[in-house]
Design a binder for this molecule. Structure first.
Ligand SMILES: *Cc1c(COP(=O)(O)O)cnc(C)c1O
Length: 390
Protein backbone atom coordinates (compact mmCIF):
# COMPACT_ATOMS: atom_id res chain seq x y z
CA UNK A 1 0.00 0.00 0.00
CA UNK A 2 1.04 3.62 -0.50
CA UNK A 3 2.46 5.47 2.54
CA UNK A 4 -0.60 7.74 2.61
CA UNK A 5 -2.99 4.79 2.74
CA UNK A 6 -0.98 3.17 5.52
CA UNK A 7 -0.93 6.44 7.45
CA UNK A 8 -4.68 6.93 7.13
CA UNK A 9 -5.44 3.30 8.05
CA UNK A 10 -3.04 3.04 10.99
CA UNK A 11 -5.22 3.34 14.05
CA UNK A 12 -5.31 2.45 17.74
CA UNK A 13 -7.14 -0.83 18.39
CA UNK A 14 -10.91 -0.47 18.34
CA UNK A 15 -12.48 -0.72 21.81
CA UNK A 16 -15.62 -2.76 22.68
CA UNK A 17 -17.70 0.30 21.75
CA UNK A 18 -16.82 -0.35 18.08
CA UNK A 19 -16.15 3.34 17.39
CA UNK A 20 -14.97 4.31 13.88
CA UNK A 21 -13.00 7.41 14.90
CA UNK A 22 -10.27 6.84 17.44
CA UNK A 23 -11.11 7.57 21.09
CA UNK A 24 -8.95 9.94 23.14
CA UNK A 25 -6.89 8.33 25.88
CA UNK A 26 -6.70 11.29 28.25
CA UNK A 27 -5.08 9.39 31.07
CA UNK A 28 -1.81 9.99 32.89
CA UNK A 29 -1.22 6.34 33.72
CA UNK A 30 -2.37 2.80 32.86
CA UNK A 31 -3.49 -0.09 35.09
CA UNK A 32 -2.16 -3.62 35.49
CA UNK A 33 -4.14 -6.75 36.39
CA UNK A 34 -1.43 -8.02 38.69
CA UNK A 35 2.02 -7.40 40.11
CA UNK A 36 3.72 -9.75 37.63
CA UNK A 37 2.35 -7.85 34.58
CA UNK A 38 3.48 -4.62 36.16
CA UNK A 39 6.96 -6.00 36.86
CA UNK A 40 7.26 -7.24 33.26
CA UNK A 41 6.21 -3.84 31.84
CA UNK A 42 8.79 -2.02 33.98
CA UNK A 43 11.44 -4.55 32.96
CA UNK A 44 10.74 -3.76 29.27
CA UNK A 45 9.66 -7.38 28.71
CA UNK A 46 6.31 -6.17 27.33
CA UNK A 47 5.40 -2.92 25.60
CA UNK A 48 2.34 -2.24 27.76
CA UNK A 49 1.68 1.43 28.46
CA UNK A 50 2.81 2.51 31.95
CA UNK A 51 2.62 6.30 32.11
CA UNK A 52 1.86 8.93 29.45
CA UNK A 53 5.27 10.56 29.82
CA UNK A 54 6.63 7.27 28.36
CA UNK A 55 3.89 6.25 25.93
CA UNK A 56 0.21 6.72 25.18
CA UNK A 57 -2.03 5.13 22.50
CA UNK A 58 -2.90 8.45 20.80
CA UNK A 59 0.73 9.52 20.75
CA UNK A 60 1.74 6.11 19.38
CA UNK A 61 -0.87 6.36 16.62
CA UNK A 62 0.45 9.76 15.52
CA UNK A 63 4.00 8.37 15.67
CA UNK A 64 3.15 5.26 13.62
CA UNK A 65 1.42 7.39 11.00
CA UNK A 66 4.47 9.66 10.72
CA UNK A 67 6.72 6.59 10.36
CA UNK A 68 4.53 5.41 7.48
CA UNK A 69 4.74 8.82 5.79
CA UNK A 70 8.50 9.36 6.30
CA UNK A 71 9.42 5.72 5.65
CA UNK A 72 11.22 5.30 8.98
CA UNK A 73 11.27 2.36 11.43
CA UNK A 74 10.51 4.31 14.56
CA UNK A 75 9.75 7.69 16.09
CA UNK A 76 9.16 9.58 19.30
CA UNK A 77 6.65 12.45 19.45
CA UNK A 78 7.29 15.53 21.57
CA UNK A 79 5.45 18.58 22.90
CA UNK A 80 6.85 20.94 20.23
CA UNK A 81 9.26 21.06 17.35
CA UNK A 82 11.90 22.62 19.61
CA UNK A 83 11.69 19.79 22.14
CA UNK A 84 12.16 17.30 19.27
CA UNK A 85 15.23 19.19 18.04
CA UNK A 86 16.65 19.60 21.56
CA UNK A 87 16.11 15.88 22.29
CA UNK A 88 17.88 14.97 19.04
CA UNK A 89 20.91 16.99 20.20
CA UNK A 90 20.94 15.86 23.83
CA UNK A 91 20.51 12.16 23.03
CA UNK A 92 23.54 12.03 20.70
CA UNK A 93 25.93 14.83 21.68
CA UNK A 94 28.09 15.02 24.78
CA UNK A 95 30.87 17.17 26.22
CA UNK A 96 33.62 17.98 23.67
CA UNK A 97 31.50 16.89 20.71
CA UNK A 98 31.08 19.17 17.70
CA UNK A 99 27.92 19.88 15.70
CA UNK A 100 28.10 20.93 12.07
CA UNK A 101 25.01 22.85 10.95
CA UNK A 102 23.78 24.94 8.06
CA UNK A 103 23.92 28.63 8.96
CA UNK A 104 20.29 29.42 8.25
CA UNK A 105 18.31 27.53 10.84
CA UNK A 106 15.14 28.26 12.76
CA UNK A 107 15.69 31.07 15.30
CA UNK A 108 15.16 29.01 18.45
CA UNK A 109 17.38 26.23 17.07
CA UNK A 110 20.09 28.87 16.61
CA UNK A 111 19.60 29.89 20.27
CA UNK A 112 19.95 26.26 21.43
CA UNK A 113 23.09 25.78 19.34
CA UNK A 114 24.80 29.03 20.34
CA UNK A 115 23.58 29.60 23.92
CA UNK A 116 22.72 26.25 25.50
CA UNK A 117 24.88 23.57 23.81
CA UNK A 118 28.09 25.45 24.78
CA UNK A 119 27.04 25.15 28.46
CA UNK A 120 27.46 21.39 28.02
CA UNK A 121 30.77 21.74 26.18
CA UNK A 122 29.26 21.08 22.73
CA UNK A 123 30.71 23.33 20.03
CA UNK A 124 29.43 24.05 16.54
CA UNK A 125 30.39 25.34 13.11
CA UNK A 126 27.94 26.90 10.67
CA UNK A 127 28.28 26.31 6.95
CA UNK A 128 26.38 28.41 4.40
CA UNK A 129 23.38 26.51 3.08
CA UNK A 130 24.41 27.31 -0.48
CA UNK A 131 28.03 26.15 0.04
CA UNK A 132 29.35 23.22 -1.99
CA UNK A 133 30.18 19.86 -0.47
CA UNK A 134 33.89 20.73 -0.11
CA UNK A 135 33.00 23.48 2.40
CA UNK A 136 31.09 20.94 4.50
CA UNK A 137 33.93 18.42 4.23
CA UNK A 138 36.48 21.07 5.30
CA UNK A 139 34.46 21.91 8.44
CA UNK A 140 34.41 18.32 9.73
CA UNK A 141 36.60 17.69 12.77
CA UNK A 142 37.52 14.43 14.50
CA UNK A 143 34.99 15.31 17.24
CA UNK A 144 32.13 16.12 14.82
CA UNK A 145 29.24 13.83 15.77
CA UNK A 146 26.27 15.29 13.91
CA UNK A 147 25.42 17.24 10.77
CA UNK A 148 22.22 19.22 11.16
CA UNK A 149 20.32 20.88 8.37
CA UNK A 150 17.06 22.40 7.30
CA UNK A 151 16.05 22.11 3.68
CA UNK A 152 14.31 24.19 2.45
CA UNK A 153 15.58 26.65 5.04
CA UNK A 154 13.34 28.99 7.00
CA UNK A 155 12.72 31.65 5.80
CA UNK A 156 15.01 32.00 2.76
CA UNK A 157 14.13 28.65 1.09
CA UNK A 158 17.72 27.59 0.41
CA UNK A 159 17.97 23.94 -0.67
CA UNK A 160 20.69 21.54 0.51
CA UNK A 161 21.52 18.28 -1.27
CA UNK A 162 20.56 15.60 1.29
CA UNK A 163 22.12 12.73 -0.69
CA UNK A 164 25.50 14.50 -0.90
CA UNK A 165 25.49 15.39 2.82
CA UNK A 166 24.44 11.85 3.72
CA UNK A 167 27.35 10.38 1.76
CA UNK A 168 29.73 12.75 3.55
CA UNK A 169 28.24 11.92 6.96
CA UNK A 170 28.50 8.18 6.31
CA UNK A 171 32.13 8.48 5.18
CA UNK A 172 32.99 10.09 8.53
CA UNK A 173 30.64 8.04 10.74
CA UNK A 174 28.55 11.11 11.61
CA UNK A 175 24.77 11.25 12.12
CA UNK A 176 22.78 13.31 9.60
CA UNK A 177 19.81 15.07 11.21
CA UNK A 178 17.32 16.87 8.92
CA UNK A 179 14.56 19.31 9.94
CA UNK A 180 11.86 18.43 7.39
CA UNK A 181 9.33 20.99 8.62
CA UNK A 182 9.04 23.02 5.41
CA UNK A 183 8.71 20.17 2.91
CA UNK A 184 6.67 17.70 5.04
CA UNK A 185 6.89 14.00 4.10
CA UNK A 186 4.52 14.73 1.20
CA UNK A 187 7.17 16.90 -0.45
CA UNK A 188 10.40 15.19 0.64
CA UNK A 189 11.44 12.08 2.58
CA UNK A 190 14.96 12.70 3.91
CA UNK A 191 15.37 9.11 5.22
CA UNK A 192 15.13 7.85 1.63
CA UNK A 193 18.20 9.99 0.80
CA UNK A 194 20.18 8.69 3.77
CA UNK A 195 19.24 10.98 6.68
CA UNK A 196 19.64 9.15 10.01
CA UNK A 197 17.24 11.39 11.92
CA UNK A 198 14.29 13.45 10.70
CA UNK A 199 12.84 16.11 13.00
CA UNK A 200 9.59 18.02 12.63
CA UNK A 201 7.64 20.83 14.10
CA UNK A 202 4.17 19.26 13.86
CA UNK A 203 2.82 22.70 14.77
CA UNK A 204 3.19 23.84 11.16
CA UNK A 205 1.94 21.95 8.08
CA UNK A 206 1.36 18.64 9.88
CA UNK A 207 -1.42 20.18 11.96
CA UNK A 208 -1.96 22.67 9.18
CA UNK A 209 -4.77 24.44 10.98
CA UNK A 210 -2.89 26.51 13.55
CA UNK A 211 -4.32 24.71 16.57
CA UNK A 212 -1.76 22.75 18.58
CA UNK A 213 1.98 22.48 19.19
CA UNK A 214 3.81 19.23 18.59
CA UNK A 215 7.02 17.70 17.30
CA UNK A 216 8.59 14.38 16.43
CA UNK A 217 11.96 12.69 15.89
CA UNK A 218 12.04 9.81 13.39
CA UNK A 219 14.70 7.29 12.40
CA UNK A 220 16.06 3.78 12.90
CA UNK A 221 14.92 1.80 15.93
CA UNK A 222 18.23 1.89 17.77
CA UNK A 223 18.54 5.67 17.38
CA UNK A 224 14.97 6.40 18.45
CA UNK A 225 15.49 4.21 21.52
CA UNK A 226 18.01 6.87 22.69
CA UNK A 227 15.50 9.67 22.01
CA UNK A 228 12.86 7.72 23.93
CA UNK A 229 15.17 7.18 26.92
CA UNK A 230 16.08 10.88 27.03
CA UNK A 231 12.46 12.06 26.74
CA UNK A 232 11.07 9.42 29.09
CA UNK A 233 13.29 10.81 31.83
CA UNK A 234 13.22 14.51 31.01
CA UNK A 235 9.53 14.84 30.09
CA UNK A 236 8.98 16.75 26.81
CA UNK A 237 6.35 14.19 25.76
CA UNK A 238 3.43 15.07 23.46
CA UNK A 239 0.03 15.46 25.13
CA UNK A 240 -2.51 12.77 24.09
CA UNK A 241 -5.01 15.50 23.22
CA UNK A 242 -2.56 17.19 20.83
CA UNK A 243 -1.61 13.78 19.44
CA UNK A 244 -5.27 13.01 18.70
CA UNK A 245 -5.61 16.32 16.81
CA UNK A 246 -2.34 15.85 14.93
CA UNK A 247 -3.13 12.26 14.02
CA UNK A 248 -6.43 13.27 12.42
CA UNK A 249 -4.62 16.12 10.63
CA UNK A 250 -2.35 13.60 8.92
CA UNK A 251 -5.38 12.06 7.17
CA UNK A 252 -5.70 15.25 5.10
CA UNK A 253 -1.99 16.11 4.83
CA UNK A 254 -1.57 15.01 1.22
CA UNK A 255 -4.63 16.83 -0.15
CA UNK A 256 -3.77 19.94 1.84
CA UNK A 257 -0.14 19.98 0.73
CA UNK A 258 -1.07 19.45 -2.92
CA UNK A 259 -3.34 22.49 -2.77
CA UNK A 260 -0.86 24.62 -0.75
CA UNK A 261 1.91 23.78 -3.24
CA UNK A 262 -0.18 24.32 -6.37
CA UNK A 263 -1.33 27.73 -5.10
CA UNK A 264 2.20 28.66 -3.97
CA UNK A 265 3.62 27.85 -7.41
CA UNK A 266 0.84 29.79 -9.16
CA UNK A 267 1.42 32.82 -6.90
CA UNK A 268 5.21 32.65 -7.37
CA UNK A 269 4.78 32.52 -11.16
CA UNK A 270 2.27 35.38 -11.18
CA UNK A 271 4.52 37.64 -9.09
CA UNK A 272 7.91 36.85 -10.60
CA UNK A 273 8.05 39.89 -12.91
CA UNK A 274 6.23 42.35 -10.64
CA UNK A 275 7.89 45.81 -10.83
CA UNK A 276 7.86 46.30 -7.00
CA UNK A 277 9.89 43.11 -6.47
CA UNK A 278 13.60 42.42 -6.85
CA UNK A 279 13.04 38.68 -7.04
CA UNK A 280 10.64 35.88 -6.15
CA UNK A 281 11.85 32.57 -4.72
CA UNK A 282 10.09 29.21 -4.72
CA UNK A 283 11.82 25.79 -4.84
CA UNK A 284 10.01 24.78 -8.03
CA UNK A 285 10.55 28.07 -9.92
CA UNK A 286 13.33 27.44 -12.48
CA UNK A 287 14.97 30.72 -11.37
CA UNK A 288 15.62 29.27 -7.86
CA UNK A 289 19.43 29.04 -7.41
CA UNK A 290 19.17 25.39 -6.30
CA UNK A 291 16.28 24.42 -8.60
CA UNK A 292 18.10 21.28 -9.83
CA UNK A 293 18.58 19.96 -6.26
CA UNK A 294 14.98 20.81 -5.38
CA UNK A 295 13.74 18.83 -8.39
CA UNK A 296 16.00 15.90 -7.46
CA UNK A 297 14.88 15.48 -3.86
CA UNK A 298 11.45 17.12 -3.60
CA UNK A 299 8.19 15.91 -5.12
CA UNK A 300 6.48 19.20 -4.31
CA UNK A 301 7.78 22.70 -3.71
CA UNK A 302 5.77 23.18 -0.50
CA UNK A 303 3.62 26.09 0.62
CA UNK A 304 6.15 28.87 1.28
CA UNK A 305 7.01 31.62 -1.21
CA UNK A 306 9.51 34.41 -0.57
CA UNK A 307 10.05 37.69 -2.33
CA UNK A 308 12.23 40.74 -1.91
CA UNK A 309 10.65 44.21 -1.97
CA UNK A 310 12.66 46.83 -3.83
CA UNK A 311 11.86 49.31 -1.04
CA UNK A 312 13.75 47.30 1.65
CA UNK A 313 13.06 47.55 5.39
CA UNK A 314 10.49 50.38 5.28
CA UNK A 315 8.59 48.75 2.42
CA UNK A 316 8.38 45.50 4.41
CA UNK A 317 6.33 47.10 7.15
CA UNK A 318 4.28 49.19 4.70
CA UNK A 319 3.44 46.00 2.78
CA UNK A 320 2.24 44.18 5.93
CA UNK A 321 0.09 47.17 6.91
CA UNK A 322 -1.52 47.31 3.45
CA UNK A 323 -2.66 43.66 3.50
CA UNK A 324 -6.35 43.08 4.07
CA UNK A 325 -6.81 39.31 3.80
CA UNK A 326 -3.48 37.78 4.80
CA UNK A 327 -2.82 37.34 8.54
CA UNK A 328 0.07 38.93 10.40
CA UNK A 329 1.00 36.21 12.86
CA UNK A 330 4.07 34.31 14.06
CA UNK A 331 3.22 30.98 12.46
CA UNK A 332 3.24 29.25 9.12
CA UNK A 333 1.55 26.24 7.60
CA UNK A 334 -2.07 27.20 8.23
CA UNK A 335 -5.26 27.01 6.14
CA UNK A 336 -5.16 30.82 6.21
CA UNK A 337 -2.40 32.63 4.33
CA UNK A 338 0.19 34.43 6.44
CA UNK A 339 2.71 37.12 5.53
CA UNK A 340 5.77 37.90 7.62
CA UNK A 341 8.69 40.32 7.44
CA UNK A 342 11.65 38.65 9.22
CA UNK A 343 13.92 41.74 9.19
CA UNK A 344 11.52 43.74 11.42
CA UNK A 345 10.35 40.80 13.58
CA UNK A 346 12.02 37.40 14.12
CA UNK A 347 15.45 38.64 12.96
CA UNK A 348 15.24 42.30 14.03
CA UNK A 349 18.01 41.85 16.64
CA UNK A 350 20.56 40.84 14.01
CA UNK A 351 22.69 43.39 12.16
CA UNK A 352 22.07 43.77 8.44
CA UNK A 353 25.27 41.82 7.70
CA UNK A 354 24.23 38.99 10.04
CA UNK A 355 20.83 38.86 8.37
CA UNK A 356 22.34 38.79 4.88
CA UNK A 357 24.53 35.83 5.95
CA UNK A 358 21.41 33.75 6.59
CA UNK A 359 19.64 34.91 3.44
CA UNK A 360 17.38 37.46 5.12
CA UNK A 361 17.49 40.67 3.15
CA UNK A 362 15.79 43.82 4.49
CA UNK A 363 12.77 43.64 2.21
CA UNK A 364 12.25 39.88 2.46
CA UNK A 365 8.61 38.81 2.77
CA UNK A 366 7.74 35.20 3.61
CA UNK A 367 4.33 34.02 2.48
CA UNK A 368 2.76 30.91 3.92
CA UNK A 369 0.21 30.13 1.26
CA UNK A 370 -3.10 28.97 2.71
CA UNK A 371 -6.10 27.16 1.30
CA UNK A 372 -8.07 30.26 0.24
CA UNK A 373 -8.62 30.59 -3.53
CA UNK A 374 -5.22 31.53 -5.00
CA UNK A 375 -6.78 34.41 -6.97
CA UNK A 376 -7.91 36.04 -3.71
CA UNK A 377 -4.49 35.61 -2.07
CA UNK A 378 -2.84 37.09 -5.15
CA UNK A 379 -5.32 39.99 -5.34
CA UNK A 380 -4.52 40.96 -1.73
CA UNK A 381 -0.75 40.81 -2.36
CA UNK A 382 -1.11 42.85 -5.57
CA UNK A 383 -3.21 45.59 -3.98
CA UNK A 384 -0.70 45.84 -1.10
CA UNK A 385 2.24 46.05 -3.55
CA UNK A 386 0.38 48.77 -5.50
CA UNK A 387 0.28 50.93 -2.36
CA UNK A 388 4.06 50.95 -1.91
CA UNK A 389 5.80 54.22 -2.89
CA UNK A 390 7.30 53.85 -6.37
C1 LIG B 1 8.53 26.33 13.89
C2 LIG B 1 9.75 25.62 13.54
C3 LIG B 1 10.46 24.89 14.50
C4 LIG B 1 10.05 24.86 15.97
O1 LIG B 1 8.83 24.23 16.15
P1 LIG B 1 7.84 24.54 17.41
O2 LIG B 1 6.76 23.55 17.20
O3 LIG B 1 7.42 25.96 17.26
O4 LIG B 1 8.63 24.31 18.64
C5 LIG B 1 11.60 24.22 14.10
N1 LIG B 1 12.03 24.25 12.81
C6 LIG B 1 11.38 24.95 11.85
C7 LIG B 1 11.90 24.95 10.48
C8 LIG B 1 10.22 25.66 12.18
O5 LIG B 1 9.60 26.36 11.22
Amino acid sequence: MHPVTRAIRTQVDRTNEMEHAQPMFLTSSFCFDNAEDMRAAFADETDDNIYSRFSNPNVQEFTDRMCALEGTESGFATASGMSAIFASFMAFLKQDDHLLSCRSIFGSTHTVVTKYLPKYGISHTYVDAAADIDAWQAAIRPETKMIYLETPTNPALEIIDITALSALAKKHGILLNVDNCFATPIGQRPAAFGADLVVHSATKWLDGQGRVLGGIVLGRKELIKEIYLFCRSTGPSLSPFNAWILSRSLETLEVRMEKHAASALAIAQALKDHPALKWVKYPFLPSHPQYAIAKKQMTSGGGIVCFELKGGLAAGQQFLDALQLLSLTANLGDTRSIASHPASTTHAKLSEAEREAVGISSGLIRLSVGLEHPDDILADIRQALDQLPA
